[in-house]
Design a protein around this ligand. Structure first.
Ligand code: FMN
Length: 246
């Protein structure tokens, strides 16, 4: 049985997971809720964004916890530069005795957009070209060919340095008077970092996914008081499915 495990804050990884499931079958599982679900599967496909040339905390922990007798495929999607994250993930898996069989990378729209608005043209191109690239990845998975990323310059130090600072991102968030206390941000935060207590409050466990920032229906979460109005969710999925098993 194939389990397609994904982490996603703005839907790119969910889109990829759904595309793959529609072609090869299997169950879609959200990584932050995946504890204890792994024993059902003998083949695991992980779909995750790249964060700071490495992996989001949840993907990192999930990948390194997998037993060695499961065949694992990893599909990393990114907005601009992989920075050797594919090789980084491969070496990490080897260190932990994980049976990582193939690693693929795929460019998708950028969501680390706290300080700029990416030209719509680039996002549209990534979305338009994704199916063709996904077909090649699916073919490789079906043929069961190993795909091992070649040794390359990795930005491991940058990753660990940035990861140590991710918890500070929310310290630069404020909530504008557009907030209607719907608490959507509270329930979608995969780190349990947001609470509603007479207003929205951020704790110190932010994992920098930016889900709250992008998906607030009022655009009420503001970074460093900037007036940037750009928010992103992958247009090919239903936003309410992000975080769901299916
Ligand atoms: C904290 C953070 C760090 C990121 N780091 C990188 C990076 O190093 N390289 C890159 O190309 N994209 C980076 N991105 C962009 C995402 O990898 C990309 O937009 C991805 O497709 C988002 O997937 P999702 O919609 O499933 O969350 C980063 C995004 C976030 C939130």
């Amino acid at each position: 049985m194939t389990g397609i495990f994904y982490f996603s804050s703005t839907g790119n990884s969910l889109y990829i997971a759904q595309y793959i499931r529609n072609k090869i079958g299997g169950d879609i599982r959200y990584i932050p809720n995946a504890k204890d679900k792994i024993s059902f599967y003998d083949k695991v496909i992980i779909v995750s964004p790249i964060y700071s040339f490495g992996l989001p905390v949840h993907t990192y922990d999930f990948l390194t916890s997998l037993p060695s007798d499961i065949k694992v495929y990893l599909i990393l999607n990114y907005g601009g530069m992989t920075g050797g994250a594919d090789r980084f993930a491969y070496e990490l898996a080897m260190e932990h005795g994980v049976g990582l069989h193939a690693v693929f990378t795929l460019k998708m729209p950028e969501n680390f957009t706290l300080t700029f608005t990416p030209p719509r043209f680039y996002s549209n191109i990534s979305i338009k070209t994704a199916p063709k690239k996904l077909e090649r990845i699916i073919e490789a998975i079906n043929q069961d060919k190993p795909a091992i990323p070649k040794p390359k310059k990795m930005k491991k130090e940058t990753y660990f340095k940035n990861r140590n600072n991710w918890h500070l991102i929310a310290a630069d968030f404020s909530v504008s008077d557009k907030c209607v206390s719907c608490a959507k941000c509270v329930s979608l935060c995969p780190a349990g970092n947001i609470e509603l207590d007479g207003g929205i409050h951020f704790k110190d466990k932010c994992i920098a996914c930016l889900g709250c920032y992008h998906r607030c229906p009022q655009k009420a979460i503001v970074y460093k008081k900037r007036k940037n109005k750009y928010r992103y969710v992958n247009p090919m999925i239903s936003e309410y499915d992000i975080g769901e098993d299916m």
